[in-house]
Design a binder for this molecule. Structure first.
Ligand code: ADP
Ligand code: MG
Length: 376
């Protein structure tokens, strides 16, 4: 099956600055994909290229097998919701939602039916005759969503639509949008800088950094198998331990840590070359206290520097013999008696960590220097 939305080698420059740098992305019909990245990473630019509000300098975009690269925004027939609600303030909710239909010369008798259905979808049937300033922020975003889907677009683009809402409302709206998206089966590209939103809403997440895609994966895989230092640190909390890759054997990397100890880390496909520096990425919840003869693939001593109660667990900051800082999260019951100053034995398993290149930060406009030999 061909992809529903297919972006091929997309490039976008603003003068000499590469805002979108060789982006390749294929999205299946009905899929919910989130573009996640820090501010300035090119998310909005990528969305504008898909919508047709900006022109590509190079590359192509296909929708349903059709090349839309040169099509005007209007002819692409794509639904879009922005962060600032952008409703027409002088129009009622009904007229706001009817606007795209009138623009498309839909017959008057049909307009009402479509608008009512869209209002029902976003649960605002009672609000048709209100004006935008008589609605809450969440309601305004629901109207914006209704307006974006009322003409049955093949594709829905969302650019930080929940950014202006407070946290509780944002969570509720995330759930609602996801529910609406699934019931309509509409292919959706969502943009956010909020990793939690990306993890909870998406079928797949595409992490962007400096105009480039760092990784495209399911939320679970992205969290558990980050492929780069950037992805590991941008999503969730992570410990990064310096090491050197000694050799690879059957899905396992054998590495040497700073203290000379040899450790093992599972690898699927690695961008790290043998005998080069790398980082072991371990989530705080994947480091355990070694007790009662329990055995882990890798074990260390840790001096406890700080201990904080965080509700369901304790967060412990410590330092290894080679003065590397580690953060670990331990269940309340198993860590109650640990105190600041204690020396504890910790362990983690090879399959609970990943090996990522210790990359040098690259400037956006310099050549790709992450050219480590591919090994797999
Ligand atoms: P994001 O949405 O991830 O925050 P943008 O796509 O808006 O990022 O911007 C990516 C980069 O391109 C930023 O450095 C931004 O300053 C630059 N940029 C965006 N739009 C323009 C423009 N119209 N002219 C010049 N530079 C722009
Ligand atoms: Mg943006």
């Amino acid at each position: 099956m061909t992809a529903h939305l297919d972006i091929k080698s997309a490039q976008k420059f603003y003068k000499k600055y590469k805002a979108v740098d060789n982006v390749n992305l294929s999205i299946k019909k009905g899929e919910f994909v989130t573009i996640l990245g820090p501010s300035g990473s090119g998310k909005t630019t990528l969305l504008k290229l898909i919508a047709g509000f900006e022109e590509l300098n190079d590359g192509a975009i296909f929708l349903d097998g059709q090349d839309i690269t040169k099509k005007k925004a209007y002819d692409r027939n794509i639904g879009m919701v922005f962060q600032n609600y952008a409703l027409f303030p002088h129009m009622t909710v009904f007229d706001n939602i009817a606007y795209p239909l009138r623009l498309r010369n839909v017959m008057k008798a049909n307009i009402k039916e479509h608008v009512i259905r869209a209002l029902q979808t976003v649960r605002l049937e009672e609000f048709a005759s209100r004006y935008p300033n008589q609605l809450s922020g969440g309601q305004q975003q629901r109207v914006a969503l209704a307006r974006a889907i009322v003409f049955n677009p093949p594709l829905l683009l969302l650019d930080e639509p929940l950014g202006a809402l407070d946290k509780n409302l944002r969570h509720q709206m995330q759930y609602e949008i996801k529910h609406i998206q699934q019931s309509l089966g509409i292919t959706t590209v969502n943009v956010t800088h909020d990793q939690e939103e990306a993890l909870t809403m998406s079928d797949r997440i595409c992490v962007m950094n400096k105009g480039r895609i760092e990784q495209i994966d399911t939320p679970e895989r992205l969290y558990n198998f980050p492929k780069s230092k950037f992805v590991s640190a941008f999503i969730g909390e992570i410990n990064l331990l310096q090491c050197e890759l000694i050799h690879l054997e059957a899905g396992m990397a054998v590495v040497k840590l700073n203290d000379g100890q040899v450790a093992k880390v599972r690898v699927e496909q690695s961008d790290v070359a043998v005998q080069t520096a790398a980082l072991i990425a371990i989530r705080p919840e994947n480091i355990h206290v070694v007790r009662d003869g329990a055995v882990f693939t890798n074990m260390h001593e840790l001096t406890v520097l700080e201990k904080t109660y965080v509700g369901e667990s304790f967060r412990i900051e410590g330092t290894t013999k080679t003065r590397e800082r580690l953060t670990i999260k331990l269940p309340y019951a198993s860590s109650r008696e640990i105190a600041v100053g204690d020396e504890i034995r910790i362990g983690w398993n090879a399959h609970e960590a990943s090996l990522v290149p210790d990359e040098v930060t690259v400037q956006n406009d310099t050549a790709d220097i992450r050219g480590a030999a591919k090994i797999s």
